[in-house]
Design a binder for this molecule. Structure first.
Ligand SMILES: Cc1cc2nc3c(=O)[nH]c(=O)nc-3n(C[C@H](O)[C@H](O)[C@H](O)COP(=O)(O)OP(=O)(O)OC[C@H]3O[C@@H](n4cnc5c(N)ncnc54)[C@H](O)[C@@H]3O)c2cc1C
Length: 637
């Protein structure tokens, strides 16, 4: 308990609690460093970070195996805001830090020893990201002005109550502390077991005596938990996304398997003999597209002409005038703009000259092509399992060829990257219940999954490895579109079933792993803190009429909206727990691109400093610089 401490100056400190000191907590601290010096409040501020782990790393443990990679190229990740105090104090981007620390690449490993220089385009291990975040935390502590104390309490918070003007915090060790202001930055979560989990857990308990390999993992994290899976087991993984890639990597490279170059740029897998057989399935059973080789530089993005925040604002205006409701129908209002933007990017990447942006309309062929990218199963009927598997493998190969052409030269990759590059417009459409409830559901439960599949897939190296594992017989496709998993007590196994025409294809498995991250919801989150905040009526689920996409209900200032409908003053919720009212704000900041993570933190920190200043008007009046920042808050809200 308690590690870093600075001397206090005044006897009446203001106390700030940051609950969760992962990347989001770090950004709050960074914005405090940046803005507090402008305020000249004349009070001592004590920031207490309640964090059971090491400050900084959050979900990116610095003790993870090397084969778990960050999903963004090294040069695009940074915690440093350009021009900030932290930058002037020597803050570096992720890749600059890794080089400065003396890391080099040796084969697939990154070591503090001789080796090849790390390039801007390497995908670095998440272990190094954890170290980088810890180092950034240390740097921030060195930047704190003398009137800000920082205390790390290495313990979770399990409850918060109000006690007069203060918050009364209950720590997981049973002790209590108070705070004037609270930030909730608790990040990724663990859900309570749902009926499916109970069903599978119960099955494993009952039938374990018949099949000792039987196991169920509602989540693969911590990844070390998969060590209990034996080499002679067959493991079913539900999902094809980034979490599934973590699982595959852990059960193969993590068990001593390796790759060597094969024919024509392909890879060959050299098994260690310790890997189980992996069978994959999901609702659609479609592979995730690989990221195109980056040809846009560090900060380059598709310049949107049609799907822009301004276009969304215009649509909203029209909807309000026509229907008396500002909400948009995703399919009718928003999707046509996305398809047009993708078709435009596709045509541009073909090198076609003389595209007039004022008159551009997708041809029917272009519209068909974009629809096929988004819904590849729509025109397909698979007579049998082997037809589907050929389609699956051909899709990966064709996609890898496009990924190699690059994200500017491949018209396909240029089109799909529109979905990454226009996220601000998407947020303008979706956030704070901006869509009609039914289309909001469609967006979150259908379209977002499509977006993740076509635009947020793994580095192409991962899909090359995937094909090598397919060729080595380590990975099999367990089903096809519409597959589902059920239990079969007669053989004490899971069964993945898919119907092809009149036939049902079955794959047996000893273990089942759910390969996706939990959505945060106050209704299902497993933490004592969430349960108690709900019980006290301090937080409630964010809903868009009858639809709950996840997340805590927050107002435009990121303050929790309580059960009685009022906002809870002096408390803010930031990051993953607010995903619901917000959309896709949990990615790490990118180099030289305005970051939502920083913007959200800035807004909360300035509101806090504003409150402090208003409590001491004669001091705040002297701070003109701070007043300018207030304008920013208003504009942002
Ligand atoms: C497996 C995984 C891989 C990811 N990979 C990437 C990637 O490659 N690139 C990318 O941009 N993003 C990635 N993300 C997204 C991730 O959301 C962000 O990178 C980032 O970690 C978010 O920071 P955070 O602080 O909000 O949450 P977290 O990183 O989850 O940190 C939250 C912190 O809060 C603490 N905490 C939780 N509850 C309490 C409590 N009650 N009391 C006190 N402390 C508490 C936890 O100990 C933790 O340290 C990944 C996420 C996961 C889970």
């Amino acid at each position: 308990v308690g590690s870093e401490r600075f001397d206090m100056i005044t006897p009446q400190p203001v106390s700030i609690a940051i609950i969760g000191m992962g990347p989001r907590g770090l950004t709050l601290l960074e914005r405090m460093v940046e803005n507090a010096s402008m305020v000249a409040l004349g009070v001592t501020i004590t920031i207490r970070a309640y964090e059971p782990g090491v400050c900084g790393e959050g979900s990116h443990g610095s003790d993870q195996p090397d084969h778990l990679l960050v999903n963004t190229v090294s040069s695009q990740v940074t915690m440093v805001v350009p021009g900030s105090i932290a930058e002037k104090a020597g803050g570096l981007s992720f890749v600059q830090w890794a080089r400065a620390e003396g890391y080099h690449r040796r084969g697939e490993h990154f070591v503090k020893a001789a080796g090849r220089e790390i390039t801007d385009f390497d995908y670095l291990p998440r272990r190094l990201l954890g170290e980088y975040l810890i180092a950034f935390h240390r740097l921030l502590l060195s930047c704190l002005p003398s009137y800000i104390n920082f205390v790390h309490r290495r313990v979770a918070i399990s409850d918060i109550d109000r006690s007069g003007d203060k918050f009364d915090l209950e720590l997981a060790d049973g002790s209590r502390e108070t705070a004037d202001f609270v930030f909730i930055a608790t990040g990724h979560c663990k859900r309570r077991p749902n009926p499916n989990d109970d069903h599978f857990d119960d099955f494993v308990r009952r039938c374990h005596a018949l099949n000792s390999r039987l196991a169920y993992f509602a989540s693969p994290y911590p990844i070390a938990s998969l060590a209990s899976i034996s080499a002679d087991a067959t493991v079913a993984v539900q999902g094809f996304g980034l979490t599934a890639h973590d699982i595959i990597s852990e059960l193969t490279a993590g068990r001593g398997g390796s790759y060597e170059p094969g024919v024509g740029g392909e890879l060959r897998y050299l098994p260690s003999g310790k890997e189980p057989t992996i069978v994959l399935f999901s609702r659609n059973c479609l592979p995730f597209a690989a990221r195109g080789v980056n040809q846009k530089g560090l900060t380059g993005r598709h310049k949107a002409e049609y799907f822009t925040p301004q276009a969304v604002a215009r649509l909203r205006h029209q909807a309000a005038a026509k229907n008396g409701d500002r909400r948009l129908d995703f399919r009718k209002d928003v999707l046509p703009l996305i398809i047009k933007e993708m078709a435009y990017a596709h045509r541009k990447a073909q090198g076609k000259q003389g595209i007039d942006i004022n008159t551009f309309e997708p041809t029917s062929e272009e519209t068909r092509l974009i629809n096929r990218l988004l819904w590849p199963l729509a025109d397909h009927h698979f007579a049998n399992y082997s037809e589907f598997v050929s389609f699956f493998d051909e899709s990966i190969k064709a996609d890898l060829a496009e990924a190699s052409r690059g994200n500017l030269l491949s018209p396909i990759k240029a089109a799909t990257e529109v979905l990454r590059d226009t996220r601000e417009a998407l947020r303008a459409a979706v956030e704070y219940g901006g869509l009609t409830p039914d289309s909001h559901r469609f967006f979150i439960e259908e379209f977002n999954a499509i977006t993740n599949r076509v635009a947020f897939g793994p580095p192409k190296q991962r899909n090359h490895e995937f094909m090598a594992l397919r060729a080595a017989g380590v990975i099999q496709i367990a089903g096809g579109p519409g597959s589902n998993c059920r239990i079969d007590e007669s053989i004490a196994s899971f069964q993945i079933e898919t119907r092809f025409g009149d036939a049902i294809v079955r794959h047996r498995a000893d273990a089942l792993i759910i390969g996706r991250l939990d959505v945060f919801s106050p209704d299902t989150d497993n933490s004592a803190l969430t349960r108690n905040l709900v019980k006290r009526g301090f937080i409630k689920p964010f809903v868009n009429d009858h639809y709950h996409p996840g997340g805590i209900d927050i107002d435009a200032n990121l303050q929790p909206v309580m059960l009685d409908g009022s906002s809870l003053g002096n408390m803010w919720v930031i990051g993953y727990p607010a995903e619901g009212a917000h959309f896709y704000t949990h990615a790490l900041p990118r180099t030289d691109i305005r970051s939502r993570q920083t913007d959200d933190a800035e807004r909360c920190v300035l509101a806090l400093l504003c409150t402090l200043r208003n409590a001491q008007p004669e001091k705040a009046a002297r701070s003109t610089q701070f007043s300018q920042h207030e304008g920013y808050v208003d504009a942002a809200v």
